[in-house]
Design a protein around this ligand. Structure first.
Ligand code: AP5
Length: 221
């Protein structure tokens, strides 16, 4: 099974993606996380991606497609996959549709998380991440027990460089221009689109996703 999490920055793709992989035992391929790991490791890909990411622009398709292809090749054929933040452009979606049959897969469903811009900006401005444990917090909605410190690792929490308000608003425009056309692409028959109200609380969104995956794909999460 292959499920894509689609939606604007801050809508909760990462939050729900982590919860889903835990409940389903699937693998999550999150291109933003892979790029940030490449930057921390100082790889050539990480260095090429840095300026695009910090400015809130998309990293070129060919770099992303190659990174995803390498990642896919390393996965067991039987494990389910959740794509988080990929595909993000029409060429990426078309490339995925060419690559998946080669590994005996297809896109089974697209979960489209939706919320208003004000909700997204507030969520992103409150987001703090732990680079050691990978856990994501929110100072308004999901704060750590000790302010500024990860509950799991104790490490200092970080405010992402691309989470400043101006950059966030630019990322939202990039989403509208380059990623939103994917909704029409999948609606035209490439895969079923399942719309989810992403503005609800985390547990409510999780329950909605569980319901639509069960009724559409017969999954028990
Ligand atoms: P990426 O890391 O993928 O960022 P994004 O898509 O902009 O998404 P975010 O991580 O900002 O948000 P999210 O939807 O995952 O929300 P989250 O769950 O964290 O990409 C970063 C950059 O990498 C891109 O700009 C681009 O440069 C590059 N890139 C990545 N993929 C690429 C690709 N395919 N092609 C080209 N370039 C690519 O939640 C946000 C906050 O809200 C958190 O604090 C969370 O705790 C809180 N929250 C979540 N859900 C709820 C809820 N229901 N109620 C209250 N708070 C909530």
């Amino acid at each position: 099974m292959v499920v894509i999490l689609l939606g604007p920055p801050g809508v909760g793709k990462g939050t729900q993606g982590v919860m889903l992989t835990q409940s389903l035992g699937w693998e999550r391929i999150a291109t933003g996380d892979l790029l940030r790991a490449a930057r921390r490791e100082g790889t050539a890909l990480g260095e090429k991606a840095r300026a695009y990411m910090d400015a809130g622009n998309l990293v070129p398709d060919e770099l992303i497609v190659e990174m995803v292809r390498e990642h896919l090749a390393g996965l067991s054929p039987s494990v389910g996959i959740i794509f988080d933040g990929f595909p993000r452009t029409l060429p990426q979606a078309e490339s995925l549709d060419r690559v998946l049959p080669g590994v005996g897969r297809q896109v089974d469903a697209v979960l489209l998380l939706e919320a208003e811009e004000d909700v997204l900006v507030k969520r992103i401005s409150g987001r703090r991440v732990c680079q050691e444990s990978g856990r994501v917090y929110n100072v308004y909605f999901d704060p750590p027990r000790v302010p500024g410190r990860c509950d799991e690792s104790g490490a200092e929490l970080v405010h992402r460089a691309d989470d400043q308000e101006d950059t966030v608003r630019h990322r939202l425009k990039v989403y509208e221009e380059l990623t939103e056309p994917l909704v029409a692409y999948y609606e035209s028959g490439a895969a079923p689109i399942l719309r989810v109200d992403g503005a609800a609380g985390m547990e409510a969104v999780k329950e909605t996703i569980r319901g639509v995956l069960t009724s559409t794909l017969g999954l028990e999460s």
